[in-house]
Design a protein around this ligand. Structure first.
Ligand SMILES: Nc1ncnc2c1ncn2[C@@H]1O[C@H](COP(=O)(O)OP(=O)(O)O)[C@@H](O)[C@H]1O
Ligand SMILES: Cc1ncc(COP(=O)(O)OP(=O)(O)O)c(N)n1
Length: 261
């Protein structure tokens, strides 16, 4: 069994962050491990508070995992501030895991910030170059590039711009646009699209976390990039199709639908 690590924030309501990542890792037949960056008091409707863990606690968790267990792939999610980013960069540069998938989380569905705005430069200069695959959504790509993205052509221009910031692949997610749920992969040479029908549901809490952790698990299992994204797209589409009407706001993705692993 492959071993997969998520470095992300904790969502106590279980729909996004560490909790979504671990459920995804298990559902895809991998052994999941977690390093918590921040404890977020949130639910399907709102974020109440954010408590960032001290850098030493973050470092200790990373050392505890890496000194003991082989890590086949890493997913990075919420990194709230520059200090947390610098700690993660320091440790991942030292331990050099084979695949690093980075979801540049900036805010929750309700718009509440999960990354401080003054951390944008550190995200671009220090975190993005670590990424094997970077998975921004449309608002994150707009923030990173200053572009307005409303069409697939705009997505191509933005993916190109983000690629030049140093990640090996950019997977720009189109969940926030209208029409089909179309994501665009750019590898520096060509574009590949991954498309599914748009599922009409308000229950989309944790879609980005679920998708990036599914890609990470598939990479750990040895799938090449295009196949890993294909499989993860199939997984996220099923997880949204069967999303759970839990809570008063946006219910979470469902990890227990029937999925051919
Ligand atoms: N309503 C939907 N129906 C089908 N797929 C969706 C829907 N909303 C998002 N997706 C897909 O879920 C994945 C996560 O995308 P997105 O929601 O844009 O990320 P984030 O949660 O980071 O904002 C992408 O593959 C996207 O195309
Ligand atoms: C702790 C934590 N991390 C990340 C998110 C954002 O999750 P994501 O899947 O990108 O989108 P929403 O669920 O917020 O729509 C989060 N909310 N909490």
């Amino acid at each position: 069994m492959k071993h997969v690590l998520t470095i992300a924030g904790s969502d106590c309501s279980g729909g996004a962050g560490i909790q979504a990542d671990l459920k995804t890792f298990s559902a895809l037949g991998t052994y999941g491990m977690s390093v918590i960056t921040s404890v977020v008091a949130e639910n399907t409707s709102r974020v109440i508070s954010i408590h960032d863990l001290p850098p030493s606690v973050l470092s200790d968790q990373l050392d505890a995992v890496f000194e003991d267990i082989q890590v086949d792939a890493v997913k990075v999610g919420m990194l709230s501030d520059v200090t947390i980013m610098e700690t993660v960069v320091h440790k991942l540069t030292f331990y050099k895991p084979p695949f690093i998938v980075i979801d540049p989380v900036m805010s929750a569905k309700g718009g509440q910030a999960l990354m401080k705005s003054d951390a944008l430069t550190a995200l671009i200069d220090k975190i993005v170059p670590l990424a094997y695959i970077l998975t921004p959504n449309i608002p994150e790509a707009e923030t990173m590039t200053g572009l307005s993205i409303t069409t697939v052509e705009d997505m191509k221009i933005a993916a190109n711009r983000i690629y030049s910031m140093g990640s090996k692949y950019v997977l720009l997610k189109g969940g926030h646009l209208k029409g089909a749920a179309l994501d665009l992969l750019y590898d520096g040479n060509s574009y590949t699209t991954y498309s599914s029908e748009r599922i009409l549901t308000k229950n989309t809490h944790g879609t980005g976390c679920t998708f990036s952790s599914a890609i990470t698990a598939c990479l750990a299992k040895g799938l090449p990039v295009e196949k890993a994204i294909d499989k993860a797209k199939e997984y996220i589409t099923g997880a949204i199709r069967h999303a759970l009407p839990i809570g008063k706001g946006h219910g979470p993705t469902n990890h227990f639908f029937s999925f051919y692993r």
